[in-house]
Ligand binder design. Structure first.
Ligand SMILES: [Mg+2]
Length: 267
């Protein structure tokens, strides 16, 4: 059969096109993950991404160094941190989906987390080790499933993270909202910092809000960023992405592309 070239296109943080040789006389089905190619590459290949991570953890350390001077001896301080794309890097998972031309499934995700092979977000391990050396306890509040605690603890120990045990891993059992788990930590600790790549990691006010309300809540808390709230960059998934689609699930690739193009502001 005569070979034809089919143009695949994808949009993410910009537009790009590339050609794929195929023997099949059908259009290639672009996967949802393929829309994220540039975002995943930004995490894996942009020095700017690394610099942003160091910037976040440097801010965290400077803040705590100042605050520690006022710590009362009896107080038990805690840092609450998210895991995925805050302390550990799962970009390999999304890169693999893109390479295989498939979309996210829970089974595929488990295949990745079972490897306990996520690497550290730059600067995160050093910062948390430093905080632990100052007597601050670290709690990992993650929306990984509770069935993933064992493989995750193995991963965290490989990276030499402090408090890397099941007692400090508060994972999702019935709901993704983290507020109850934050309250649980607050029962016995003073929470001095919250770290995440998703604003839901910091406060409940961001949950399930449309884009403009997320902006408004972010502005209201502007004094907190870089102090009590530390944010890590994640351009390839998160609540910000769900908000773009107004939290609609199971949209087709064509529906997604239309929504994204409609949202883009030109001049
Ligand atoms: Mg995360």
């Amino acid at each position: 059969m005569k070979k034809i070239f089919v143009l695949l296109f994808a949009i993410s943080l910009g537009n790009f096109a590339f050609a794929q040789e195929t023997t099949a006389p059908v259009m290639h089905q672009v996967s949802v993950e393929e829309l994220k190619t540039f975002s995943v590459l930004y995490t894996q290949k942009a020095a700017e991404y690394r610099a942003l991570c160091y910037q976040a953890f440097n801010s965290a350390k400077w803040t705590l160094e100042k605050d520690l001077k006022h710590k009362k001896r009896k107080e038990k301080w805690a840092i609450i941190t998210d895991l995925d794309e805050t302390i550990i890097d799962n970009s390999y998972f999304n890169a693999q989906l893109i390479k295989e031309g498939v979309d996210f499934t829970e089974a595929k995700w488990k295949q990745w987390t079972n490897l306990s092979a996520a690497t550290a977000v730059p600067g995160g391990v050093e910062f948390l080790q430093w905080a632990a050396s100052k007597g601050i306890e670290i709690f990992y509040i993650s929306n990984r499933d509770t069935s993933e605690v064992t493989t995750t603890v193995i991963n965290l120990n490989k990276l030499q993270l402090p408090n890397a045990d099941a007692a400090h891993c508060l994972f999702r059992s019935n709901k993704s909202n983290k507020e109850d788990r934050r309250h649980k930590v607050a029962e016995n600790h003073k929470i001095v910092m919250l770290m995440g790549d998703n604003l839901n990691d910091h406060a409940e006010v961001f949950e399930k809000k449309p884009v403009d309300e997320r902006f408004a809540e972010t502005d209201k808390a502007k004094e907190q960023w870089g102090h009590r709230y530390i944010v890590l960059p994640n351009a390839f998934y998160g609540e910000w992405e769900n908000a773009l689609y107004n939290y609609q699930r199971n949209l087709s690739i064509e529906q997604r592309k239309k929504i994204l193009m409609d949202l883009l502001k030109g001049f």
